[in-house]
Design a protein around this ligand. Structure first.
Ligand code: SF4
Length: 547
């Protein structure tokens, strides 16, 4: 596999006085109900019960431990029951908000969605999801209104087209982010497609990786624009060039957002394409074996990396998991802005790719079927989803780019969006998410429309990320303007939907988390004027080239 010298350092990991539930240190007894549930039955087994029992006998036949736990390994969550406003939600347990319908996530893992896949995704939406479909910022298509009785037919249709919902949620290898222009872009450093496919083959539906302490997010890009938000993934592979060995990947570990955000630590190594899957298995193995399982709030890789430090993490990876040393290399330069690939761009083969924007990721069944038809009509390669709730159509002939872009516009996807449409993301929010406190998708859509009127031209990119709760599914802390849903007081002292404001976050060069401005809370109603004021002040007082 490689000719690197075998590492011989002995790694000492003392058993802490108070156990964190780390398997490798002997803490095997489940220390919370999630761990108990996973021990009681491997969550991957729930697929058999969905096919054999629950889809035939209906919602009421579902074992609660499957419904609120193991279903996630099949990409299924109960969605929020209608009728609860944010105020009531605050006093209810998550279980009390269960609807009899499900949200379903389909993973795409950076793969190209050809005409057949796009039509399958659209037809499932039309037939079983009341037309709903959202592009998430993790390369998923997310449906709503799914009934358990429909799941076998949905899986048959999706799997027939080469798509899957397995481990799209749960304490598992969550959907992988891949560069939307892998193997396509003229300026890419290295095409990581084969590595991502191999990681997928080894990891998904594999019992060895189906019980992590919590979720495990992977990103891989060989594009210099770092187009997969690598700083905020549990493990990321980022293209780099060794002066003698050529193109390969650096490895970044322990990034993540939510209530305790961490930027990933950079190992500063060079690994060849063929060894990326081994290193993925090593990092995933460390998380499985040494990750903290006692408290769910500490059960992400970022806490282990923060406690160990990057040198110890690398040493354990080399000595215990890879059994060889990695080649050291300074981490690659970071781009000023991460690529979203919007617009029309020439490919390395002379054809073109077109990056297009729906509004806050919201598409629908008709749009996906129509996109599949366009891909077929023009003989294009297909589309990939981006880490920004957008998509990129690949392999368009030069002579067809204008016509294709016009046809995209006609189905609701624009390749020339305003700053606001291009750089605003919103999570699922109170419409369907049980953890949400406020509405997000529609609120963001209205905000975009208003800002397009008030600031039709903008010479500096400004990003806005709206989240419905303190979690950070739409990456609140790494936007110029991050809005975290919570209840706030209006001018009459009533509790109403609103947002805690965070300002000045970003990824890429100078990546940092936005600052929470304590006094800055805004009601949902007052949001348009609040953002307007921020933008006006920025435009009036900025230094040259200031973001
Ligand atoms: Fe739900 Fe909160 Fe995530 Fe939004 S950020 S999708 S409200 S959990």
């Amino acid at each position: 596999m490689n000719d690197q010298p075998t590492a011989t350092v002995k790694v000492e990991i003392p058993r802490p006085k108070r156990g964190e539930g780390q398997w490798e240190l002997g803490y095997r007894e489940p220390l919370n109900k999630n761990e108990q549930s996973k021990k009681d039955d491997n969550p991957l087994n729930v697929r058999g019960r969905i096919l054999g029992t629950y889809s035939k006998k209906g919602f009421d036949s579902i074992d609660p431990a499957d419904l609120r736990g193991r279903f996630r390994w099949m990409g299924l969550y109960t969605q929020r029951a209608p009728g609860f406003d944010g105020g009531k939600t605050a006093t209810l347990e998550e279980e009390e908000l269960d609807d009899r319908f499900f949200m379903m996530r389909v993973r795409t893992d950076g793969a190209i969605l050809d005409a057949e896949k796009l039509r399958a995704l659209g037809e499932v939406s039309q037939a079983y999801a009341r037309g709903t479909a959202d592009i998430t910022d993790r390369n998923n298509i997310q449906y709503h209104w799914i009934e358990v009785e429909s799941v076998p037919a949905i899986w048959e249709r999706l799997e027939g087209a080469g798509l899957s919902t397995i481990e799209a949620c749960g304490d598992s290898p969550r959907p992988f982010l891949g560069s939307p222009v892998a193997g396509i872009a003229k300026d890419e450093i290295i095409d990581g497609t084969s590595a991502l496919e191999e990681i997928k083959r080894r990891a998904i539906n594999n019992p060895d990786f189906s019980n992590f302490p919590r979720k495990f997010k992977t990103a891989l890009t060989g594009h210099p624009s770092h187009d997969v938000a690598p700083e905020v993934n549990d493990v990321a592979f980022v293209g780099t060039v060794h002066p003698e060995l050529g193109p390969g990947f650096d490895v970044w570990v322990g990034g993540g957002l939510s209530t305790n955000p961490h930027l990933a630590a950079k190992l500063g190594v060079w690994i060849p394409l063929a060894e990326v899957p081994d290193v993925w298995e090593g990092v995933a193995g460390i998380f499985r074996d040494y990750g903290y399982r006692r408290l769910r709030s500490r059960a992400r890789l970022k806490f282990l990396v923060a406690d160990w430090g990057v040198d110890k993490f690398r040493e354990v990876l080399e000595v215990k998991y890879l059994k060889r040393e990695l080649v050291s290399l300074a981490s690659p330069e970071v781009p000023e802005h991460q690529g979203d690939h919007i617009g029309v761009h020439e490919q390395k083969d002379g054809k073109f790719f077109i990056g297009a924007a729906p509004i806050v990721g919201r598409v629908n069944g008709d749009m996906l079927v129509a996109l599949g038809d366009l891909v077929a009509k023009y003989g294009a390669l297909g589309a990939r989803l981006t880490a920004y709730q957008k998509l990129v159509v690949l392999g368009v002939e030069a002579k067809d780019t204008d016509a294709f872009a016009a046809d995209l516009e006609a189905i609701g996807l624009t390749s020339a969006p305003s700053n606001w449409r291009r750089r605003t993301m919103a999570c699922t929010g109170i419409e369907y998410c049980k953890l949400a406190i406020v509405e997000t998708k529609q609120r963001a859509t209205d905000l975009i429309a208003e800002l397009e009127k008030r600031f039709p031209e903008l010479d500096t990119p400004i990003s806005i990320n709206l989240n419905g709760c303190p979690n950070a599914c739409a990456r609140t802390q790494v936007a110029d303007i991050g809005l975290k849903g919570q209840l706030v007081l209006d001018e009459d002292g009533n509790q109403v939907e609103g947002y805690q404001v965070h300002l000045g976050g970003g990824l890429g060069l100078g990546a940092n988390f936005s600052r929470k401005l304590r006094a800055h809370k805004v009601t949902s109603k007052g949001l348009d004027d609040y953002v307007t004021k921020i933008v006006e002040n920025f435009l009036a007082e900025r230094e040259p080239a200031e973001s």
